[in-house]
Design a protein around this ligand. Sequence first.
Ligand code: THU
Length: 130
Amino acid sequence: MPSTELLAAARGARERAYAPYSDFHVGAAVETEEGAIIAGCNVENASYGLSICAERVALTRAVAEGHRAFRWIAVAGPEGADTTPCGACRQFMAEFNADMHVTFTTSDGVVETTLTKLLPHAFGDFRANV
Ligand code: THU
């Protein structure tokens, strides 16, 4: 189970989402192997394609703060919406842990799964590990 703290951090970050174009506010929070929690929100742009999802904001922020080992990510979307991570975010997560635990909010409640299930046979460039 993710700590309630992790989902709470995702929900807290959601409050800071900048999503004037879609009005779909999302927050995400990653938990490191050491137990640190780093959160992010989606940040949109008038040039729509430049918008970045909450998951990638949380991960890039965490990496910039010196973290690389992540065991869990929680994603909180609008009440009643199925907020599953997009394909680009799944690949982005796989860069750091192809079997990361993933929690996201849906119209049916909170779903807990793994990245292996969400992105089987993820591509990995193993030069990153050399
Ligand atoms: N979005 C996220 O931030 N995370 C998700 O898991 C789903 C989608 C954002 C992208 C865009 O700013 C808005 O939600 C609508 O797609």
